[in-house]
Ligand binder design. Sequence first.
Ligand SMILES: NC(=O)c1ccc[n+]([C@@H]2O[C@H](COP(=O)([O-])OP(=O)(O)OC[C@H]3O[C@@H](n4cnc5c(N)ncnc54)[C@H](O)[C@@H]3O)[C@@H](O)[C@H]2O)c1
Ligand SMILES: [Zn+2]
Ligand SMILES: [Zn+2]
Length: 390
Amino acid sequence: MKALCWHGTGDVRVDSVPDPKIENPRDAIVRITASGICGSDLHLFDGFMPTMEKGDILGHEPMGEVVEVGAAVTNLKKGDRVVVPFTISCGSCFFCQKELYSCCDTSNPNAEIARKAMGHSPAGLFGFSHMLGGFSGGQAEYLRVPFADVGPLKIESGLPDEKVLFLLDIFPTGYMAAENCGMEAGDTVAVWGCGPVAQMAIKSAWMLKAGRVIAIDRVPERLEMARTQGLAETIDFGKDDVYDKLMEMTQGRGPDRCIDAVGCEAHATGSFDAVLDKAKTAVALGTDRAHVLREAIMCCRKAGTISVPGAYVGFPDKLPFGAFMNKGLTMRTGQTHMQKYMKPLLNKIESGEIDPSFVITHRLSLDEAPAAYKTFRDKKDGCIKVVLKP
Ligand SMILES: NC(=O)c1ccc[n+]([C@@H]2O[C@H](COP(=O)([O-])OP(=O)(O)OC[C@H]3O[C@@H](n4cnc5c(N)ncnc54)[C@H](O)[C@@H]3O)[C@@H](O)[C@H]2O)c1
Ligand SMILES: [Zn+2]
Ligand SMILES: [Zn+2]
């Protein structure tokens, strides 16, 4: 089959690789009909994520049709349409029982590498480094889905792929990010980033009764989408000082809830910490560019909440922990506990409350994926979200 493989920083290629096979009775094989490219994939493309190996198949946002199931999979059958969440979870360990699916204790076969890096291993993820399981991803024609009796969500309503595709990552991720704010009705929520995850977080903040949403980015079409689709007020961080602007907009109090939907590759226009991050990450002395996390801590109102869906990979430094402590802030974060959110959010799509496909700007073939990674990373051609149709 054809699959998009990682060959090094900035180098992904469509290779011919062996078709996946059932390896475990709880596996299923899915023929992919649509597969997103995510901001998280850029962390791999840009070389931020350790333990990638040449030939690794990328992609963690796939949906498609079941073509084969293992003997222990009784909830799916050949021909079913499914969306496959990016987290791989066993469904029965201590964490899965508490619906903390992205903390699954059993799905990462390389848990020892992750334990050394993080103290404990999170769940295995599709197409996301050997530290997180070394599982082949879904930017391919076929995908092996482990624990297929727990992960995939069946789509029985005949809704087109594009409407339900984002149940496999960014809609639940944006929703959990808003939920993690612990919002009170009427709160002001500031969202850093206007990428696809942020767009979903903005919509979700309104669903959870925000009073005001302020979105921050510098890419004009992304800011525009936050205004028109997300009904957010916006700040262009390329033009305005974000702290000053947020204080002006909130009479000096600061936003009640802050969402960092940017993560480890934040840009900043010349601020001292950002210049330092850039220099350190360029020579591998730093792991993350954490400008947004620092800024959110400084901007958040006292006793407010910071929710971090943005991905961090290592040891971001110069975090103003003194401010965090003395202002009495709370922080919540995590890879999304996908299986907890997929069904309830499917109901919201089916009832017409939201159609997440509004973020799609590019529909391309798998062969076009290497070019699409560059277009998406460089924010060229108005690119906000790419869907590959293998
Ligand atoms: N927690 C999870 O389970 C989960 C799931 C999916 C994605 N993610 C992470 O969420 C983040 C966003 O994903 P995405 O697909 O929207 O990515 P994206 O790269 O499309 O969007 C990031 C946006 O941040 C903006 N940005 C950069 N620096 C900024 C700054 N200083 N202030 C404000 N905005 C800034 C960029 O211009 C861009 O529009 C990534 O880190 C991704 O890895 C996490
Ligand atoms: Zn993703
Ligand atoms: Zn588990």
